[in-house]
Design a protein around this ligand. Structure first.
Ligand SMILES: C[S@@+](CC[C@H](N)C(=O)[O-])C[C@H]1O[C@@H](n2cnc3c(N)ncnc32)[C@H](O)[C@@H]1O
Length: 365
């Protein structure tokens, strides 16, 4: 017999479903705000709250769009990117409410010229090239011969598309660099001990070198090599009198030797089988623990609600789905990481929970 749902529960369930249907509106409104430059305009108002007219003026938005801008700002206030104060202006019949907007710490991460800006990440992750493959997810579940929904949609894997489409590739590298800049700042302040005593580090799949630059600044004695696919490091020349060098290659073939290998946001892009191959290559490149060798991984360690390190279940679940759609990889819990290390021939590991939803994992053999 069909269960009778109370009207109140029915309406709550309807709201729940609607909010999930329209969750993308949060993402797309955020993207629009970054494209228009709203965060910079609100933050650079000399510490004063900004009115809609001033905002529209600064952004060259025509007066016919002011009411639409008000509606976008209302959503962004609801999402925690700005706050809004209402003041009364005029008097008598001419009295009206004027809305004034102020920045929040969340929108300070969206400023263009900031070393903790995530704006390039917003724009790249919400690019059509990354969002359209979600429409192929259902189809992908019914197949077993195509590694990702991304590949069903684009006919090539992510590293093929970032190579072929140069402007998308540049946008991807900028997105990664923006995250590396923020992480570099956190590593330098919260877990620089991980790098102390090392003389050389290879940042494998290190993109265009932002993380290496940030850590090199904090540790002037360390020699860094940034290793990535040849087209990613093409044209990048050594910096800091040769203390930061760039090498192009394929990490499945060869990894240059060093005291430590750094792998940030790399292993989550790969299957268990490929991670073991990469980790074995890393093992060939570093000395054993007693000679000071280690592999340093910066990635997520999925935690459960019961864990004392539980951070944000939703962020972790989102990232796991993201890497599932775009790559053959996954976000892993400690048990899954531990198995990879054992399978690749490592003896020990240590997890440092110093980077929010991500961790630093030191691995030794
Ligand atoms: C998710 S990005 C991470 C970049 C950087 N570690 C960071 O966190 O900012 C993954 C990187 O892996 C690189 N990559 C993919 N396949 C590779 C391979 N076979 N050998 C070396 N690098 C590779 C990509 O070019 C890209 O820069």
């Amino acid at each position: 017999m069909e269960r009778v749902i109370e009207s109140k529960d029915l309406l709550e369930a309807q709201s729940h479903v609607w909010n999930h249907i329209f969750n993308f509106i949060n993402s797309m409104s955020l993207k629009c705000a970054v494209e228009l430059g709203i965060p910079d305009a609100v933050h650079s108002n000399g510490g004063r709250p900004i009115s809609l007219c001033e905002l529209a003026n600064k952004l060259s938005i025509p007066s016919t769009r002011i009411d639409h801008l008000r509606r976008l700002m209302r959503l962004l206030v609801h999402s925690g990117f700005f706050t809004c104060q209402k003041i009364k202006k005029g008097d008598g019949d001419g009295e009206r409410d004027v809305e004034l907007f102020l920045p929040t710490v969340n929108s300070s991460l969206l400023l263009k010229e900031s070393d903790v800006s995530v704006s390039p990440f917003v724009l790249n992750m919400l690019d059509r090239i990354f969002t359209l493959p979600w429409h192929s997810l259902g189809e992908w579940f019914r197949q077993s011969n195509v590694p990702t929904a991304f590949e069903i949609f684009h006919g090539d894997h992510i590293w093929g598309v970032t190579k072929q489409n140069a402007s998308f590739g540049d946008s991807f590298n900028e997105a990664m660099a923006s995250d590396a800049s923020l992480v570099g700042k956190l590593v330098a302040s919260a877990c620089i001990d991980t790098f102390c005593g090392l003389q050389s580090v290879v940042d494998v799949a290190g993109g265009t070198g932002t993380l290496a630059r940030a850590i090199a600044k904090a540790l002037p004695q360390v020699q860094f090599t940034v290793f990535d696919l040849p087209h990613v490091v093409e044209g990048l020349t050594s910096e800091e009198n040769g203390r930061i060098a760039f090498v192009g290659g394929d990490m499945f073939e060869y990894i240059p030797p060093a005291d430590a290998i750094l792998l940030k946001w790399t292993l989550h892009d790969w299957s268990d089988e490929d991670c073991v191959k990469i980790l074995k290559r890393c093992k060939d490149a570093v000395p054993p623990k007693e000679k000071g060798g280690k592999v340093i991984i910066i990635d997520m360690v999925m935690t459960s609600r019961e864990s004392e390190h539980f951070k944000s279940e939703e962020t972790q679940l989102f990232f796991d789905m993201l890497v599932m759609v775009l790559t053959p990889g996954k976000e892993r819990n400690e048990k899954e990481w531990s198995k990879l290390f054992t399978d690749a021939g490592y003896k020990e590991y240590k997890i440092v929970n110093a980077l929010g939803v991500r961790s630093v994992i030191e691995v030794y053999y």
